[in-house]
Write a protein that binds this ligand. Structure first.
Ligand SMILES: NC(=O)c1ccc[n+]([C@@H]2O[C@H](COP(=O)([O-])OP(=O)(O)OC[C@H]3O[C@@H](n4cnc5c(N)ncnc54)[C@H](OP(=O)(O)O)[C@@H]3O)[C@@H](O)[C@H]2O)c1
Length: 273
């Protein structure tokens, strides 16, 4: 069934910036009502005001730290308390990290796995029943081009996104009879606050804008034939395809060279280490 965006109320996590905020704009433009979730309340409120004025969208904001235990259940309880009927969910909130694994702080690793993996599963579990019951309902989990192969220099991040990709593709099969459209969507490099803490050294060029990524996500969602996963641009599809046919050893070596892993690993190493 194709999605009638004018009949959806979509909850987007990580909607205060980057891809999430761009997606909120593009969905509001198509007539979707929104529930915007992130920690920074002022950002969410400013975006909500913009979307109401610009597109006449119905917009709720929920300030929530999804890095806390029970994030999904608490979010669902808040949505229920407000009487909102959520029909679409985009699990977009995520953080990155790079550098040699041995140089990473344990707190950053834990925060990354909690947000990118645990919270994503928890929020999905809390909402999947109501999404499946909604006509034209959809679930989008934001993975990454990094999900398709191991990446030395961002080992934990890439593995967290491989989890999102595999988890979501499995759910695609489990939910296909219910009418729920389930999609793992993988952006390539995107210019956003994602790189504020880690910088863009070593990543090369070819960044997309959050708006380009948001438009690609909606195109993937609107495709007549539902696929378990989609990417934001052709070059990601090509590199993912190559990684799949290489042997595991070759895949790691090729990826390390293409992704500039030596630079990523070196740049985080404390001087003298
Ligand atoms: N940028 C890229 O190159 C790229 C490439 C592939 C995939 N992705 C993925 O795309 C998604 C969005 O990334 P982006 O580039 O748009 O990043 P971004 O600009 O840094 O935005 C991240 C969003 O996540 C929210 N967030 C972070 N920690 C949170 C927490 N503990 N609880 C609730 N919300 C939290 C942030 O809001 P608050 O700070 O207000 O909470 C913000 O709205 C992520 O899953 C990322 O892994 C990004």
């Amino acid at each position: 069934m194709s999605i009638d965006h004018t009949r959806q109320t979509t909850l987007i996590t990580g909607a205060s910036a980057g891809i999430g905020a761009a997606l909120a704009r593009r969905l509001a433009e198509r007539g979707t009502d929104l529930v915007l979730v992130a920690r920074r309340t002022e950002r969410l409120d400013a975006l909500a005001t913009e979307l109401r004025e610009e597109y006449g969208a119905g917009v709720d904001t929920v300030s929530a730290d999804l890095g806390r235990p029970d994030a999904g259940r608490e979010l669902a309880a808040e949505v229920d308390r407000r009487g909102l009927r959520v029909t679409g969910l985009v699990n977009n909130a995520g953080i990155g990290s790079d550098g040699a694994f041995a140089d990473q702080g344990p707190e950053r690793i834990e925060a990354l796995l909690t947000l990118n993996v645990t919270a994503l599963v928890d929020v999905t579990r809390a909402f999947i029943g109501r999404l499946s019951a909604a006509p034209g309902g959809y679930l989008v989990n934001v993975a990454s081009a990094a999900a398709y192969q191991p990446i030395p220099g961002m080992a934990v991040y890439a593995a967290s996104k491989a989890f999102v990709l595999n988890f979501t593709e499995a759910l695609w099969w489990e939910t296909r009879e219910s009418g729920l459209r389930t999609l793992a969507f993988s952006p390539g490099l995107t210019r956003s606050e994602f790189f504020d803490g880690i910088g863009t050294d070593g990543y090369g060029g070819g960044f997309q804008t959050p708006d380009e990524v948001a438009r690609a996500l909606i195109r993937a969602l609107d495709r007549r034939r539902s696929a378990p996963s989609a990417v934001s641009r052709v070059s990601t599809a090509l590199s993912a395809g190559v990684a799949r046919i290489l042997g595991r050893r070759t895949a790691v070596l090729v990826t390390a060279s293409a992704a500039g892993s030596a630079t990523l690993v070196r740049k985080r190493r404390p001087i003298g280490a």
